[in-house]
Each structure stands twice: as C-alpha cells, then as structure tokens.
Ligand binder design. Structure first.
Ligand SMILES: [Zn+2]
Length: 319
C-alpha cells in the first residue's frame, strides 16, 4: 500500500516537472496589441506623474517575468518587430526630460550614470537580464524651463544625448518647450518642431527625430503641420505621432494601426496591472512575436484584419 502511494507521488511529481519543462512558448500572434508605456518622472515620492526608481525596477521585473521584451519604437512604427519568438514587445517612453530620467553623479571626479535614475535602473536590469533587450525613447524638451531642459544638467547635455543614441536608445520630438500645439498657428507649430530637432542636432549632428509625442496629447489644427515640414532652415519628418493615453496600441500590421494616432498607456501601478491582467485573461489580444522581423504570422481567419498597405518587404505567414 505504502509502495503504491510512493509511486503515485513520484509519478505526480514527474508529471508536474515535465509540464514545466515542456511549457511551450506562446504561439505567434502578430495582430495582437502592444503596450507603449509612458513614464514621466522617476523620482521620489511616488505620485501621479512620478514612479520611484524602485517601483520602476519592479515594473521591469514584472514585464520580464511575464514574457515581455524591449522593442524599439522607431522599428515598431516602420513595421519591424524585433523581439524573440514567443515573447511580447513592450515599448518604454519617457516624456519631458526631467532630471531623474538621466542623471550623472560624480564618482571620484568622473561622471557616472546615477543608478537611481531611469537610465541607471534600466542599464542595471539589462545587465542582469541581457535577453530583455535594450530600447526606450526619450521625448526631450530642449528649451523648457529648468528642471525639464534636457534632463537639467547643462554641462552634460551633449554627453547624455550622445550616450543614449550610441547605446540603442532613441530620442523623440516633444516640441521645444512643451507647447500646446492646438493653440498656435502654422508658423509657430512648425518652428516648435523644427527648432526641437535643430537643438538635438547641435549635440548629436544629423540625428533625426522620427517620432513626435504631442504635449498634453493635443493635435495642431492640421495634423499635416506635425508630420513633415521645414522651418528656419531645418526639415523635420515624423513617422509616428504618439498620444498621451488610449490604451494598448494596435499591431503595426493591423488595419486598425494608424501611425498618426498611436495610443499609449501611462505607466501607473494600477494601469499597468490592469493591462497585464487583461492580456493574461485575453491572450488573443496580446501580440506575440514569431521571432522573424520580415514575416507577419497570423491565423487563417485573420487576413481581413491586416493592413492593406503592409510594407512590401513583409511576408504574411499562416500558423
Ligand atoms: Zn510632456
């Protein structure tokens, strides 16, 4: 009798272990939605527009453990999903270039990235989990009043912007000083966007801001003003325009995807939790990569949901 019990227990344990070992990667679902998270301050105390460094680290841990991997925003907008097979892309965005997003501290006379700033937290996490990927977009303000002018350390602006660009991060346009674009005429709107780019290029020559996050989420009277143009000798061109809210973004391969209206999720503890729970309960809504940036994997019933103007380089595959 006792022997039977032992055998049954052993078999059960073996089955449980086997089910863990065989936990298959999620099937590709490349018409699912993607979270573009929007952070503001990384600082103390935790508030509506502030996430502490510790809580930001917790967000990264949660995302990693649930199979999310960092995705470049520029690549996403152009229809290139680069995260490994079976994982879900997540985009990190930081608005307003506040000091806690990227700070240098003095270490024996040499500047070192503050481990309590967003970049410091991210870098430490990526070092521990290299397969998390490396990507985030910083929507900077070149001429806002301090402390929001280029992360608030004038002596380090060039060092910071170049470091970001050299290390796989992106810069985005957020206007010169957080202008409400709905309030101004065409000349001012275009100058705000062109000047922001010109300022960034003073530090990182030739760098092109390819995305725009609308201050306050407010569109100019004509969306075309925000897309492309020239003012004061500088040409700008934005391939994606990001809003301040709206939930998870449609897949860049979906008919619903509109690069001029890309929604984001404000990275508040409650909202992030709600969305993670949503995707756990509704896996068919969750984007899962097939691991190949040149293919789009869908089911046989999903063809009608595809964007009619998919980039020609992409091959559609049925799973
Ligand atoms: Zn802003």
């Amino acid at each position: 009798m006792r022997l039977i019990l032992v055998v049954v227990l052993l078999l059960t344990a073996a089955l449980i272990l086997a089910s863990f070992a065989m936990a298959e990667p999620l099937p590709a679902n490349e018409l699912g939605r993607i979270m573009i998270l929007e952070y503001h301050k990384i600082d103390y105390p935790e508030e509506r527009w502030t996430r502490t460094p510790e809580n930001f680290r917790k967000d990264l841990e949660t995302l990693y453990a649930r199979g999310y991997r960092l995705q470049s925003l520029n690549a996403l907008i152009e229809g290139r999903v680069t995260v490994p097979a079976g994982t879900t892309p997540v985009v990190l965005t930081f608005d307003d270039s506040s000091p806690g997003q990227f700070r240098y501290v003095d270490r024996d006379g040499a500047p070192e990235i503050d481990p309590k700033s967003a970049v410091g937290v991210l870098e430490a996490f990526i070092k521990a989990k290299p397969d998390f990927g490396r990507a985030a977009t910083f929507f900077v303000l070149p001429a806002a009043d301090p402390p929001n002018r280029f992360f608030n350390q004038p002596e380090h602006v060039t060092r910071k912007l170049r470091w970001l660009v050299d290390n796989g991060y992106e810069l985005g346009n957020h206007t010169l000083w957080h202008a409400n674009l709905g309030k101004y005429d065409e000349t001012v709107v275009r100058a705000q966007l062109a000047d922001a780019q010109a300022w960034v290029q003073k530090h990182v020559p030739d760098y092109k801001l390819r995305t725009l996050a609308l201050p306050h989420g407010i569109y100019p009277k004509q969306v075309g003003w925000a897309l492309t143009g020239t003012a004061k000798g500088t040409t700008y061109q934005h391939e994606g325009i990001l809003m301040v809210s709206g939930g998870a973004a449609p897949s860049p391969f979906a008919a619903k995807f509109n690069p001029l209206r890309v929604p984001r999720i404000q990275a508040l503890e409650r909202d992030l939790k709600e969305w993670l729970t949503h995707f756990d309960k509704t896996p068919e809504d969750r984007f899962v990569s097939d691991g190949d940036p040149s293919t789009v994997t869908i089911t046989s019933t999903q063809h009608a949901l595809l964007r009619p103007n998919l980039p020609k380089s992409l091959k559609v595959i049925e799973r």
